[in-house]
Design a protein around this ligand. Structure first.
Ligand code: SF4
Length: 219
């Protein structure tokens, strides 16, 4: 039996007491992320907002409700996926995270990606997109699957930004509807590859078949 659940729980405990950047000064609750730690798909948002800071959970409130709606567009349920952010503590007054805060927090996200080892990563908004495409404009690349270091990355608009802007709302709904196609594409690629050239994700795919449904519940 793998020990990913235990390691993810330990990571959340480290995040809860982290003081690596100034965001710890104003946090009420850190928001490490939650969901299926063996998910095929990982969503990475920006940072906790007011409701998240109160509850310790990612994407609650209006943006969270919209995210749930978007997930159903992709025939996914919230409990099927893992959702986290690039910074785990709330930037005051919902300001943008600063470069030094993104750098300080990045090792937590790196470790989450290593443990979950998803087939597809969806970045929500420009800060998580910047991890993979630092020079890109989100309006140019959203909704398209890109291979980065052997993993498929799909940049999308942030649900909070799309919530009240009809053009972005239509775009993000269209982009979410494509997600099953991208997951299928990665699974096909893994199946087609000879063992000696196998993508590192192949091991993850087997693991996900065997452990589908394991949940991380920290709250
Ligand atoms: Fe630590 Fe990240 Fe919170 Fe900064 S945002 S205090 S690096 S957990």
């Amino acid at each position: 039996m793998d020990d990913s659940y235990e390691k993810m729980t330990q990571l959340a405990q480290q995040i809860a007491v982290c003081e690596k950047c100034q965001l710890h000064l104003s946090r009420k609750k850190s928001v490490p992320g939650e969901g299926n730690i063996h998910s095929k798909i990982l969503f990475i948002g920006e940072g906790p907002g007011l409701n998240e800071n109160e509850t310790g959970r990612p994407f609650v409130g209006q943006a969270g409700n919209f995210l749930n709606e978007l997930l159903s567009t992709a025939k996914l349920k919230r409990q099927d996926v893992f959702i986290t952010n690039v910074v785990k503590c709330r930037p005051p007054a919902n300001r943008d995270p600063l470069p030094e805060e993104l750098t300080a927090c990045s090792s937590f996200l790196d470790e989450q990606i290593r443990l979950i080892d998803p087939l597809v990563i969806v970045t929500l908004g420009r800060f998580s997109m910047g991890r993979y495409f630092p020079l890109a404009r989100i309006s140019s690349i959203h909704g398209k699957g890109h291979w980065v270091d052997g993993r498929m990355i799909v940049p999308m608009f942030h649900p909070a930004a799309a919530l009240h802007q009809p053009n972005l709302r239509d775009s993000i709904m269209h982009d979410f509807a494509l997600l099953p196609t991208y997951i299928h594409e990665v699974e096909e690629k893994i199946t087609a590859e000879p063992v000696e050239n196998a993508n590192p994700a192949s091991e993850a795919a087997e693991k996900k078949e065997a452990t589908d449904g394991v949940q991380l519940s920290l709250f």
